[in-house]
Design a binder for this molecule. Sequence first.
Ligand code: FAD
Length: 496
Amino acid sequence: MGVAEEFDVVVVGGGPGGSTLAALVAKRGHSVLVLEREAFPRYQIGESLLPSTIHGVCRLTGAADELAKAGFPLKRGGTFRWGANPEPWTFSFSASPRMTGPTSTAYQVERMKFDEILLRNAQRVGAVVREECAVADVVEEDGAVCGVRYRDAGGTEHTVRAKYVVDASGNKSRLHQRVGGDRQYSEFFRSLALFGYFEGGKRLPEPNRNNILCVAFDSGWFWYIPLSDTLTSVGAVVQRDMAEKVQGDPERALRDLIDECPMIADHLGPARRVTTGEYGQIRVRKDYSYHQTRFWRPGMVLVGDAACFVDPVFSSGVHLATYGALLAARSINSVLGGEVEEKAAFEEFESRYRREFSAFYEFLVSFYEMHRNEQSYFWQAKKVTNNDRPELEAFVDLVGGVSSGEAALVDADTAASRLRSGSAEFAGAVDELQAGGSGSMVPLMKSSVVRQVMRAGSQVQMQAAMGDEAEPETPVFDGGLICSPDGLGWVRPPAG
Ligand code: FAD
């Protein structure tokens, strides 16, 4: 056997978590290998996305423009028949000043297309990608993970060494126990989902045509996600005690559940189920709310479904995977660059990631209290996220993925338009810039209102534009780290 190949980072899994991490580490010039078991494009569930992923993380990875060209339906928000209110209610991401203008929409995506764009983007910015390569296990030395063993498409086994191994291999990960032991399953969310695809279903009236529609009914709830003008993803989430019926005859079970839910039955009135190709089968997934007790150990990190997952009603899965990948990439970049020691870097990653997971988890527990109305849900979102904005805004911030106040999750343009509408001082500075002015961003950035919003909004991009003139971010946790000016690493806050 020859000498093992060596990379700075090996990423296991080329889904949104893995390809985001790979791109953000490659962009800092480190060598990255992505090992993906399947040949892309491959099927995956998780089609409704949040603005934080599209306009925040995918802007940083460089995938945003390619995504914008792909023609995915624009999702303005969600429509829910849920809780005490017998009528459907709708929220729009644009209700939050953190998501205005073009950044107030996300996409509904066919994951075969979305995941492929992200993986090819990682390749474009420098990651080496090998498909049909299944990782069997990690390699350890002196208590630290230092590589992986994998089998390629031809069946040949390889060992590859790395300073960091990232497990981004999703829900079915076989490596996650290597960090923190067994999964901790939620006692609360013990449900299962069955789902299929339909052609020709109805759409909500404009402007909510492409919203996700979620409808609660006696046995559980349905999602109804438009993936094109004619194709719809339809799934039912039901209690685990229905497992026998569902697994015995999934097709019949789905049909019976649709008949039980008048709003979904009405939407599917003119539709026919897709029965061929990747969308032709009814699929079942269970046990999908859990977390690991640790998200990292020396030499190894977990991101995405390998680390944690919470019930899908607010489409948080890809958001948590891509946000977790951003945080982990910052930690890896900072340690490899010699800027921050390993423990501090990865504890920052884990604390921020867990905080986001917990916000969704805690909120979702109360969202299943069906006797409440939407006002009560909005209030709960404000409470769990400790947001000082009005209740509806706090709710929309949470379900848009931007409640952490994490700068990189909102687009710079959003912060700019918010500032413009809120401050004459700022508007003057912008106009001066646009008229030619000094050509420098510095007067604009020195505006007191800009500073204020930089703290809450788009620190990364503004700091990048401003360099040393920017007011420093404050740490999220006492004694913690702050984001580097390029958004791709951590730094210690200045003393004092
Ligand atoms: P994945 O997307 O699962 O990618 C992991 C990759 O790793 C795969 O490509 C796999 O082939 C590869 N892999 C696995 N094992 C190996 C190995 N040994 N070696 C190499 N490669 C390997 N999320 C949303 O955002 N919106 C939704 O509307 C939504 N709806 C959902 C509905 C249901 C019923 C469920 C169960 C989930 C839903 N999700 C949703 C969640 C979403 O599916 C996941 O959170 C998301 O796909 C996680 O991304 P990931 O990159 O962590 O993992």
